[in-house]
Ligand binder design. Structure first.
Ligand code: APR
Length: 176
C-alpha cells in the first residue's frame, strides 16, 4: 500500500528490513547498542561486524533517542538505531516515547540529507507494545513529518508477517 502525502510517499510492505535499499533502515535496538534478537539481531547478522564496532564507539542510546552508523554489508547506506519503550500499561509515557523515537529517526535522517528511510514496527516484538496502538503512533509520526517537510521523499514501514501488515494497513486507512 502506498499513499502520497504532500511531496512524499508513505509506503507499507511486508518483508525483511535488511533487504531494503532505502538510504537508511531503522533498527529497533536496546540501550546498550550491543545487538539482540528480533530485528536488531537480523540487522547485525546481515550488516556484519562493522555496525557493532560503530555502535560500541557510540556507547549507547536512551529510549526515544536515535543514533546513526554505516550500513556495513547491507544495501542501505546507513542504519539509524533507536530504542523504543518497553510497554507496561500505556500509562508510563510509552506513547510519547514511541512517537519521539520515530520523530528523532526522521530528524536524524533529514540532518544527514537522506531521502528515504525504512522502519520496522518498533517496540511491538520483545518490548510487547500492542500492535494496533503502536501502528497508530508510528503512522501519525510519519504522516505529520511528510505534511510538514519535503526533504525526505519516502518513508516505508517494513512489516514482518501478514498480521503486522494488516494492522498497519487498517490503521493507515483510518488515519487518512
Ligand atoms: N525485518 C522487519 N521486521 C522485523 C524483522 C526483520 N528482519 N525481524 C523482526 N521484525 C519485527 C518483529 O516482528 C516486530 O514486529 O520487528 C518488530 C520489533 O520487534 P523486536 O525486534 O523484538 O524489537 P522490539 O520489540 O523493539 O524490542 C527490542 O529486542 O531484539 C531485541 O536488542 C533488541 O532489546 C531490544 C528489543
Amino acid at each position: 500500500m502506498e499513499i502520497i502525502i504532500n511531496k512524499g510517499t508513505l509506503s507499507l510492505t511486508e518483508g525483511d528490513i535488511t533487504k531494503q535499499e532505502t538510504d537508511a533502515i531503522v533498527n529497533a535496538a536496546n540501550k546498550s547498542l550491543r545487538g539482540g534478537g528480533g530485528v536488531d539481531g537480523a540487522i547485525h547478522r546481515a550488516g556484519g561486524p562493522k555496525i557493532l564496532e560503530e555502535c560500541i564507539k557510540i556507547g549507547g542510546c536512551e529510549t526515544g533517542e536515535a543514533v546513526i552508523t554505516s550500513g556495513g554489508n547491507l544495501r542501505a547506506k546507513y542504519v539509524i538505531h533507536t530504542v523504543g519503550p518497553v510497554y507496561r500499561d500505556g500509562l508510563h509515557n510509552e506513547p510519547n516515547l514511541l512517537g519521539t523515537a520515530y520523530k528523532n529517526c526522521l530528524k536524524l535522517a533529514s540532518s544527514k540529507g537522506l531521502k528515504s528511510i525504512a522502519f520496522p514496527s518498533i517496540s511491538t516484538g520483545a518490548y510487547r507494545y500492542p500492535l494496533e496502538e503502536a501502528a497508530g503512533i508510528a503512522l501519525s509520526a510519519a504522516i505529520n513529518y511528510l505534511k510538514e517537510n519535503t526533504d525526505i521523499e519516502l518513508i516505508r514501514f517494513v512489516l514482518f508477517g501478514e498480521k503486522a501488515l494488516d494492522a498497519y494497513e487498517k490503521k493507515l486507512k483510518q488515519l487518512i
